[in-house]
Ligand binder design. Structure first.
Ligand code: NAD
Length: 426
């Protein structure tokens, strides 16, 4: 198909998804416990990504390289990489798939989505809309399975040309190994342990509620959760007290109730894992200011938890907990704050709260992470690159450059010399 034909289908799909936001969101919420209002907001983003990349589909051009050699006429072609396997986690199934599918379709690739064994339902529902939009059979495929081995078999399959993965750092490492034989292109969006720096000159009335949202949103099951809050010593006690006060006000409960602010964790097994980290934190010397145990009701609820007097060497300050648990640490000055913020193996997102814009930009420059928000806790808009430094992975999604990750560049050389190339003089 031409780029313009692909774009037309993508825009048709965007219209169908827009029509069915409420239905798709309900499936997502029932499957993974995400709040209905968050699921609706995420499904509402899908048409945006489709339209953004549809706009690029008919602008994929090579270039003429006229001056490489006097007797050469050279041009490049941009060709689709081929068959893409999208391996997906459970925490935001549709939106994380679309981060990969939209650029893949724009580039002219075909796509096999492998949803998480915990949350296949929304991807299967979405597939019906792809058919309705009129995509040819085989362009979009779903491989759902309750066996974890399925992901590895798909990645290792010689018919796959590229793997686009979102999930844990551990699985990302296994996928990278699998992509070495036979060799495949791979991009990895992995885990995080993102810092949230609060300087004493920040407007605390803005910084604290926003920081509370940045960890407890999606019950902490979000890769960019700002789970390490670093606070300047002079306001440490005030921030801890107010943080805990807000955490206690969060309405935890049925994710289908529009009033609920924090739903269930994905499973009771995951809740046990989260609680295990909290117990280890206490053993290592952290203090539970609020929360610290399961919530009431039928569901894998866990109470919004604040751990204070945390040292950066503790397990709770270094490991991704992926639950509603924040660690609050103190720092002395700007240099100290940057050192602690960077002293972790991840580098996905950081937030800096300060009343001094110059300090905000200085700190943003010094922090090793894919995204830094200055007095701004959110990302994931079309056109803004999303991805990690260090063990948070490589490759950027959501930006114009993302298209390159689904394209190969071919150089075509043509000799304009009157004599053909014949160095052996044969
Ligand atoms: P996971 O790594 O356990 O599983 C992710 C997917 O990989 C699942 O579909 C799973 O079946 C599959 N899989 C498991 N083993 C595999 C193998 N050997 N080969 C191929 N596929 C395999 O992750 P999860 O628990 O589903 O998701 C939570 C993790 O995802 C967290 O670490 C979180 O930070 C991360 N995440 C990252 C981002 C980001 O953009 N950086 C976004 C969301 C989630």
């Amino acid at each position: 198909m031409t780029g313009a034909q692909r774009a037309r289908l993508m825009i048709r799909l965007a219209e169908i998804v827009e029509r069915d936001i409420s239905e798709l969101a309900k499936v997502e919420t029932r499957d993974n416990g995400k709040l209905i209002r968050d699921a609706e907001a995420q499904v509402a983003q899908l048409p945006q990504w489709l339209r953004y990349f549809a706009g690029l589909a008919d602008k994929i051009n090579g270039e003429a390289i006229s001056d490489a050699h006097p007797n050469f006429f050279v041009y490049t072609r941009r060709e689709p990489i081929g068959v893409v396997a999208g391996i997906l986690p459970w925490n935001a199934p549709l939106v994380l798939m679309m981060f990969k599918l939209a650029p893949a379709l724009a580039a002219g690739c075909t796509f096999i989505a492998k949803p998480s064994e915990f949350t296949p339902a929304s991807t299967l529902e979405f597939a019906k809309r792809v058919d309705e939009a009129g995509f040819p059979p085989g362009v979009f495929n779903v491989l759902s399975s309750s066996a974890r081995e399925t992901g590895a078999s798909l990645v290792a399959h010689e018919g796959i040309n590229k793997v686009a993965f979102t999930g844990s750092t551990k699985t990302g490492g296994e996928i990278m190994r699998l992509c070495s034989d036979p060799i495949k292109r791979v991009t990895l969006e992995l885990g995080g342990k993102s810092p949230n720096l609060i300087f004493a000159d920040a407007n605390l009335d803005d910084a604290i509620p926003s920081s509370v949202w940045s960890i407890y949103y999606a019950a902490g099951q979000s890769c960019e959760a700002r789970s390490r809050v670093l606070v300047e010593a002079s306001v440490y006690d005030e921030v801890v007290a107010r943080f805990a006060e807000y955490a206690q006000q969060i309405k935890v409960g049925d994710p289908l109730d529009p009033e609920t602010q924090m739903g269930s964790l994905i499973s009771t097994a995951h809740r046990d894992r989260v609680h295990g980290f909290v117990k280890q934190g206490i053993e290592e010397g952290a203090v539970v200011v609020t929360g610290g145990g399961p919530g009431d009701g039928k569901g894998a609820f866990y109470r919004p938890t604040v751990l204070a007097h945390v040292d950066n060497g503790m397990t709770v300050a270094q490991e991704e907990i992926f639950g509603p648990v924040v660690t609050i640490m103190g720092f002395g000055d700007e240099k100290d704050a940057i050192e602690i913020a960077n002293d972790v193996r991840y580098g996905l997102f950081a937030t800096v709260w300060t009343g001094d814009p110059a300090r905000g930009h200085r700190v943003a420059r010094a922090i090793k992470s894919g995204m830094v928000g200055i007095n701004m806790p959110y990302t994931a808009f079309p056109g803004i690159p999303f991805g990690g430094y260090k063990q948070s992975g490589f490759g950027r999604e959501l930006s114009i450059d993302t298209l390159d990750l689904y394209l190969e560049t071919k150089g075509v050389l043509f000799s304009t010399s009157p004599k053909p190339f014949n160095p052996f003089g044969l």
